[in-house]
Design a protein. Structure first.
Ligand code: NAD
Length: 462
């Protein structure tokens, strides 16, 4: 797609207030592919005004009308799915088949789920002598990261629109073209002017202006824990609603009764899929001491097979950061069994699929979020030891448990301090609430729980 040189505000593309630009780089070959405007507080202010103006009429629409608009948006995304996949591949670097299946496919599913939920959700209920109404929170400031550029946008905008909220989006600076394409889709779907607005720009400028804006009623942020803490503090000081989807360091717990080869194979694929740039990726593989050597050999083989099929990391900074973590793992005494810190290609921000064995729970690579294609295999002695290791980080976003039967895996999963667990390779469910325990965040996205984030309750007594 061709980049827009303005902001999508009040139903039209408007010139940006300033003249600064952000260069969009293809991480596979390090070439600049486009420029978008770097928004300022003035652009954010204009977008919030447009969203406030559109709010009363949109909030007053019948749920069925909102459902129809979201269904129309889903249909535009379906019609433009190839363009979406190509755009994500160009600015994020994900291999095209992955972009088609996941980066384009998942947002279509999620948009469809909110078209249905908007129509079926109980926005009104009777409780004794009261009628309780679920009403929109108001104007939403949505701030999204680059790792799943369209999914993160749709996971906020679709439920916000279903609830009757209006939105100002500030997408990640690395992936603004996908956000512009989404704004085009909103326009094409006939969503009324001002209901959705887009301001591209830098986090500490446009992002911060949006998070601090007095005209925003709820800030929904996905990104790093460091920025999330700042946004939470700002929102708290203003007594403003906030939803935070932050980092993760998820455990893939393989119990001795599990199908080891399957658990290891799926575990490696789970991390390598988006070059490890998945907040919920199972980057710590926990294996019983009796099966440890076999698991290490299987993991090394599975990672090596990935080889060239893996995409680059998003930018030069992440490239340096991830390679730094791999060097740190070696320095702290972990044993490299696949990959390593050397860049496998001369051009592009590529990192080889990397597996570490002999990782102990306190090592940096077992504690901090690397956000690259790196798996740490950790040994445990018994189930209590596995649980202590699984729960032994500041994060609690996701995880996996494998066992001979689901009941055994469920019993373990119920003891994990984490928001989402896949049992024996359970499939992705777009209606299942997603979000973190501990420092992985506040609030939930997807399904009816995700919709509830954008609603506030009013009760009338009779
Ligand atoms: P980031 O926090 O640097 O940026 C996320 C977004 O916040 C971007 O749009 C950025 O421009 C904006 N931002 C940056 N500084 C800001 C500020 N001071 N005020 C307001 N906005 C600001 O994170 P990132 O590097 O883009 O993304 C990677 C991180 O996101 C990882 O830690 C990952 O785990 C996390 N993540 C979490 C989830 C989840 O659902 N829990 C999903 C995807 C990514």
């Amino acid at each position: 797609m061709k980049a827009h040189d303005g902001m999508y505000i009040g139903g039209e593309w408007r010139a940006a207030a300033g003249t600064d630009l952000i260069a969009v780089v293809d991480p596979a070959d390090e070439q600049v592919i486009a420029h978008v405007p770097a928004g300022t507080a003035e652009d954010v202010d204009a977008a919030v005004s447009a969203a406030r103006e559109a709010l009363p009429a949109w909030a007053a629409t019948l749920p069925a009308e909102r459902a129809a608009k979201i269904a129309a948006l889903r249909d535009v995304l379906v019609a433009r799915k190839d363009e979406i996949a190509e755009t994500v591949t160009a600015e994020l670097g994900a291999p095209l088949p992955f972009s088609q299946a996941v980066h384009a496919g998942v947002p279509i599913l999620v948009a469809g789920s909110y078209a249905e939920l908007a129509a079926s959700y109980a926005f009104e209920e009777k409780v004794g002598n009261s009628t309780v109404y679920a009403e929109p929170v108001g104007v939403v400031g949505a701030i999204t990261p680059w790792n799943y550029p369209l999914h993160q946008i749709v996971a906020k905008v679709a439920p916000a629109l279903a609830a009757g909220c209006t939105v100002v989006l500030k997408p990640a600076e690395d992936t603004p073209l996908t956000a512009q394409l989404f704004a085009e889709a909103v326009h094409e779907a006939g969503i009324p002017a001002g209901v959705f607005n887009l301001v591209t720009g830098l986090g500490p400028v446009a992002g911060q202006a949006l998070a601090e804006h007095g005209g925003v009623d709820l800030v929904s942020f996905t990104g790093s824990t460091a920025v999330g803490k700042q946004i939470g503090a700002t929102a708290g000081a203003a007594v403003k609603r906030v939803a935070l989807e932050l980092g993760g360091k998820s455990a893939n717990v393989i119990l001795p009764s599990a199908d080891l080869a399957k658990a290891v194979g799926v575990g490696i694929a789970n991390v390598m899929g988006n070059s490890g740039q998945t907040c919920s990726a199972w980057t710590r593989m926990l294996v019983h001491t009796s099966q440890y050597d076999e698991a290490v050999a299987l993991a090394a083989e599975a990672a090596a097979k990935y080889g060239d099929r893996i995409g680059p990391l998003v930018n030069a900074k992440q490239h340096a950061r991830v390679r730094g973590y791999i060097e740190k793992g070696v320095a702290e005494g972990a044993r490299l069994v696949a990959g390593g810190p050397e860049a496998p290609r001369e051009q592009g921000y590529f990192v080889s699929p990397t597996v570490f064995a002999d990782v102990t729970p306190e090592m940096t690579i077992a504690q901090e979020e690397i956000f690259g294609p790196v798996v740490s295999i950790i040994r445990y002695e018994d189930e209590d030891d596995a649980l202590r290791i699984a729960n032994g980080t500041v994060y609690g976003l996701a995880g996996a448990v494998w066992a001979g039967d689901d009941a055994e895996a469920v019993a373990f999963a119920r003891r994990m301090d984490t928001g989402q667990v896949d049992i024996n390779g359970g499939r992705f469910n777009p209606l299942a609430p997603f979000g973190g325990y501990k420092q992985s965040g506040v609030g939930r996205e997807l399904g009816s729980h995700g919709l509830a984030e954008y609603l506030q309750t009013k009760s009338l007594q009779f």
